[in-house]
Design a protein around this ligand. Structure first.
Ligand code: 1GP
Length: 248
């Protein structure tokens, strides 16, 4: 893959008003047999991207997970790291997250400085990502670990201002996340208001578990829908969600 091919594909989605589905795999919640099954289901459903990452990464098999997935599929694998240690050369790209909804300098720039040489040496395609956490109705690991409050569920204007600032700061993409297993996924109203004010790709995730919600988010202006938790409970949702998202 060329050095910016994943980002180009994300940008083209928005230009062409196409919608993409990203399946999130948390290495802590899976084993190699499940990865192989997931890869087959993703291939059959024409899933667009696979995100790999977790908040803690207690297991030590990140490389193995990605290698196993890639041995069965050519779908691009994008790291969605919960910490700077979650880097693997086996992936195609890395979401280089800056928690712009928070006010913890470590997650805005500090951890980036410490991990920069290792990430540069990995040769991964780096996608500068403004990470915006929205209150999903229960405390998220990221909020707890980062000592940062999420943006309140109904404060659309704060989300819009944060997104505009993220684009001005030069982020390649924005990722609005209600957190894994959110009780309340991000509202369509907030997604629409944010999407109307930005020109970079908008990734949306957290608590999405039905094709209806995925479609509503796409119609509101999300470009990429990320689902993890619901698929861990029922991986046959991969096909249902992919069809829904690709029908938009
Ligand atoms: C979490 O956005 C991702 O960071 C996906 O959320 O696991 O709830 O689908 P779910």
């Amino acid at each position: 893959m060329s050095s910016s091919s994943v980002l180009n594909s994300l940008v083209n989605l928005r230009k062409q008003n196409k919608k993409a589905f990203a399946v999130l795999i948390d290495p802590d919640n899976t084993d190699m047999d499940q990865i192989i099954e997931t890869a087959q289901l993703c291939n059959d459903a024409n899933v667009d991207y696979v995100f790999v990452g977790g908040s803690l990464m207690l297991s030590n098999h990140l490389d193995e997970c990605i290698k196993t997935f890639k041995s069965k599929s050519s779908i691009p694998v994008i790291l969605f790291p919960g910490s700077p240690s979650q880097v693997s050369k086996e992936a195609d790209a890395l979401l280089y997250l800056s928690l712009i909804s928070g006010r913890n300098p470590e997650l805005l720039i500090g951890a980036h400085v410490v991990s920069a040489p290792k990430i540069k040496a990995s040769g991964l395609e780096i996608i500068s990502t403004g990470y915006i956490v929205i209150d999903g109705g229960k405390p998220t690991t990221v909020s707890y670990m980062s000592h940062s409050a999420p943006i309140p569920f109904d404060k659309d204007d704060i989300a819009v201002c944060t997104a505009i600032a993220g684009e001005f700061l030069g982020k390649n993409v924005l990722y609005m996340d209600a957190g894994s297993g959110a009780i309340n996924p991000i509202s369509e109203k907030m997604i629409q208001k944010v999407s109307n004010q930005i020109s970079i790709p908008l990734i949306v995730g957290g608590g999405i578990s039905s094709p209806e919600k995925a479609i509503a988010n796409c119609q509101a202006g999300a470009d990429i829908i990320v689902v993890g938790n619901a698929l861990e409970k029922n991986n046959h949702l991969i096909k249902v969600l992919a069809e829904a998202i690709h029908s938009c």
